[in-house]
Write a protein that binds this ligand. Structure first.
Ligand code: HEM
Length: 322
């Protein structure tokens, strides 16, 4: 009995310590990130062609040789990380990657700020219950459902609707759908908001296990924001990145400030995207799904863009129930 009580107390104490450490970490990141925003504001953007220093992959616009994954390689729901593995910037088999290596590789490839490059792998290590400083991951581990990965992604079918739940391969039909929405010669914030709305409507329609918390909506818009802030709306570069998970020669991050794309800076884009998604109030209510449509993206429109009319895949009957 004493052991049971001690065990319970130690868990409660550990839970409190964990929350305090998390709070302190977020506070520290915010301070650090704001410092970098200030430093960036006081610095010139780097000249085109000079962002990636000599000796780093991508210097002079030349990326290491690309080839697609082979049988047994590990890939994730994230086109940015898969592209790095396809070029050998991360291990080509996508396995046993130290979290610390992800940090350094994202910094030099995409010019994200040191805050993002530290915090996102740290967060991922937390989701997976591993040590950031000593742990490793296989790229597929990143796709753990409702960790960072969520339903209604722009470029991956929902886990529940994917064959074997696989999130590791590009979905050309969804990328095609996206480029039907893009009307100009650059990808814009409005295109990303519009397609997010359409994808949320189609997932809600087709996936009997659809979930999308407010937290995951913000993650979704953050991914969209990174796309435009790093790829800069350049259609050929984005097509290669999304269809083949390849970096085109000459690609350099659109963020050219020396301290990279800070978390605070891209939040402005996140808010613009989220504000551009027209959702019915009922769908964000605690009462759950009170309707089929999502904003003005009605079923006929999602079907026209994404194919469809596919029967809603619903929860499998349990114990022979129908
Ligand atoms: C360690 C760093 C990173 C982690 C752990 C990570 C994780 C993820 C995950 C789990 C997804 C799937 C989200 C979903 O369900 O839609 C994703 C998608 C995505 N990520 Fe990353 N990512 C990282 C770095 C990056 C970087 C550096 C960029 C930009 C250069 C980026 C851009 C994207 C984009 C555009 C998507 C596609 C979103 C969609 O299909 O809707 N990520 N990432």
């Amino acid at each position: 009995m004493v052991n049971v009580v001690l065990n319970a107390i130690s868990r409660i104490v550990l839970g409190i310590v964990d929350s305090v450490v998390h709070g302190l970490t977020v506070g520290y990141i915010l301070l650090w990130d704001n410092g970098l925003i200030l430093l960036n504001a006081l610095s010139w953007s780097k000249r085109k062609g000079s962002l990636i220093p000599p000796g780093k992959p991508g210097h002079g616009g030349k990326w290491p040789e690309w080839h697609p994954p082979v049988e047994g390689d590990s890939r994730s729901a994230c086109p940015a990380l898969n592209a790095m593995a396809n070029h050998g910037i991360l291990p080509r088999d996508g396995r046993n990657i130290p979290f610390t290596e992800l940090n350094a590789a994202i910094r030099s490839t995409y010019n994200f700020s040191p805050t993002f490059c530290w915090y996102v792998p740290l967060y991922m290590a937390g989701v997976l219950g591993r040590s950031y400083s000593k742990g490793t991951l296989d790229l597929e581990d990143i796709s753990v459902h409702n960790g960072i990965e969520h339903d209604a992604s722009l470029f991956r079918h929902d886990t529940y609707l994917s064959p074997n739940g696989d999130q590791g391969k590009p979905c050309p039909d969804l990328v095609d759908g996206f480029f039907k929405v893009v009307k100009g010669d650059k990808v814009t914030v409005d295109d990303l908001a519009r397609y997010s709305e359409i994808r949320r409507a189609s997932s809600r329609r087709d996936n009997g296990q659809f979930t999308l918390s407010t937290f995951h909506k913000l993650f979704a818009s953050s991914n969209c924001a990174t796309l435009i802030r790093i790829m800069g709306g350049d259609i050929p570069a984005i097509k290669a990145w999304l269809y083949e998970e390849r970096l085109v020669d000459g690609f350099e991050s659109a963020t050219r400030k020396p301290w990279g794309l800070t978390m605070g800076t891209f939040q402005t884009t996140v808010l613009r995207i989220e504000a551009g998604i027209r959702a019915k109030a009922s769908e964000d209510s605690s009462l759950g799904d009170l309707g089929l449509g999502y904003g003005e993206a009605e079923v006929s429109e999602t079907s026209a863009l994404l194919g469809g009319g596919a029967p809603r895949k619903s929860v499998a009957p349990v114990n022979g129930e129908h």
